[in-house]
Write a protein of this length. Structure first.
Length: 460
């Protein structure tokens, strides 16, 4: 059984290679040759150099790995809690903060392993995460635990150093036990950049600065984070315009709508993306487009928390960058990118009818769109000189029977396992036959369930 990187690998005889290049080229009976972590040729009947490892993809669809643009890995340990299943965002947060304030470094690491593992098994090769809960009685190096988990699993990672500085006593939402001072937050943000951020092509780790939301951080922290991020050339991320409650909060506290508040703080531009972007008026949609600001579309979470529907097509038409995201597992309650693509497709059809997103639109948003959101042109499509990040889907499984007429539509609308056959990241196989190959899945599940119970015993 092949594992790891060798000088050259040829994937041949795929039923379909879906490139998601600028022309959305589809290659029947296609092949891909990559050397190390770089794609060198895409087409048919490729003649590989001597010693090339060959993967026969007959009966498979090959497409770029998907890019998850917003998540909260620690929430994998607090999903399906009965008390949090049928309430809106603000009361949902207040209940869960009482559990999350007991997070430990081990819990953060295991939660990251679970979320990343589920993503890899469902077609994701690059993920962000937005970790903003730093309990006062725990070590502060929690992002380091996530980075180690991503490295162990072999996934491309954009960890977002989240933060909360506006506690209950200052009119914010979170309890004081999980907030930090601005000085601590900025110092740790800079430490992470200096230690882990790799700005080079094919980078496996890029740090992001991500104050949590307008209702949990001060305006000073938002402005100072933006200044520090631009000094180091890293991206900015936060939640924005997710609910009407947030809209009311911003108008009452700042006298501004959320997007207006972000504009005032210097938080618009090609180095910024927001999670959700649900409650936007026409002028705000156009402003995000004019500034090339990004939005991570989180359809399952927005539906479950009754937050609303993101205006994806309007944002794209205006010029905003839009990617797909599963959001935190306590509001989804899954880290399943394949399922998220289907939900995105159906939600936009429900909202816009025949003018909704096509299956190709959705998969493009989940691949190229996500790459653009993160400011990357080295991932997101299968083309020469792009990173060797791709997934193989078994097109012969029963769930696709009778539905093989359009491979793109089949991926979005058909199939019932949601598990890919193989995931390749940076030229390395990390999922094979639907299983993670770098860790013991059963032990991980056992450890996660144990820690989850411990957290609930302390918090409820």
């Amino acid at each position: 059984m092949y594992r790891g990187v060798i000088m050259a690998t040829l994937i041949k005889n795929a039923d379909w290679v879906l490139t998601f290049d600028n022309e959305n080229t589809r290659i029947k009976n296609g092949s891909i040759l990559f050397e190390g972590n770089r794609i060198v040729e895409v087409g048919k009947d490729i003649m590989p150099p001597d010693g090339t490892h060959v993967i026969d993809a007959k009966g498979k669809i090959v497409m770029p790995g998907m890019v998850n643009t917003h998540h909260h890995f620690y929430q994998t340990l607090t999903r399906n809690i009965p008390e949090t299943q049928d309430i809106a965002l603000f009361p949902w947060l207040l209940k869960l903060y009482e559990i999350w304030k007991h997070l430990t470094p081990e819990a953060v690491r295991i939660g990251a392993m679970v979320g990343l593992g589920e993503l890899l098994k469902t077609g994701c090769t690059t993920s962000t995460d937005h970790h903003y809960v730093f309990p006062y009685n725990q070590p502060g190096e929690l992002i380091d635990e996530q980075i180690r988990a991503a490295d162990d699993l072999g996934i491309r990672f954009h960890p977002s150093r989240g933060s909360m500085s506006l506690g209950k006593d200052q009119g914010g939402l979170p309890p004081n036990e999980v907030i930090q001072t601005e000085e601590v937050i900025l110092k740790d943000s800079e430490r992470l950049v200096n230690r882990y951020h790799d700005p080079s092509e094919y980078s496996m780790c890029k740090i992001v600065f991500a104050p949590c939301s307008p209702f949990s951080v001060t305006g000073e922290l938002m402005k100072d984070s933006a200044i520090l991020a631009r000094k180091h050339g890293v991206f900015l991320h936060t939640h924005l315009a997710e609910t009407k409650d947030e809209d009311d909060f911003c108008k009452e506290k700042f006298g501004l709508r959320p997007v207006e508040y972000m504009e005032k703080l210097g938080w618009l531009g090609e180095d910024v993306w927001f999670a959700h972007g649900v409650h936007l008026n026409d002028g705000e949609v156009q402003l995000l487009g004019d500034t090339r600001t990004g939005v991570a579309h989180c359809p399952a979470s927005n539906m479950k928390l009754n937050s609303g529907v993101c205006r994806v097509k309007d944002l794209q038409k205006a010029g905003a960058r839009v990617g797909l995201a599963v959001d935190g597992s306590a509001s989804n309650d899954s880290s399943n990118m394949w399922a998220e693509a289907r939900i995105a497709y159906l939600l936009q059809k429900l909202t816009l009818g025949t003018n909704g997103l096509t299956a190709e639109d959705v998969l493009r948003m989940a691949t190229v769109g996500g790459a653009q959101l993160l400011g990357r042109n080295d991932i997101g499509s299968i083309e020469k000189d792009k990173a060797a990040d791709m997934i193989l889907i078994d097109f012969q499984q029963l769930a696709f029977a009778g539905g093989q007429h359009d491979p793109v539509s089949a991926i979005v609308n058909t199939g019932n396992s949601n598990l890919v056959d193989m995931t390749i990241v940076n030229g390395k196989i990390v999922v094979e036959n639907g299983r993670l190959i770098n860790i013991d899945e059963e032990k991980l599940a056992y450890d996660a369930n144990k820690i989850s119970l411990e957290l609930l015993e302390k918090g409820i």
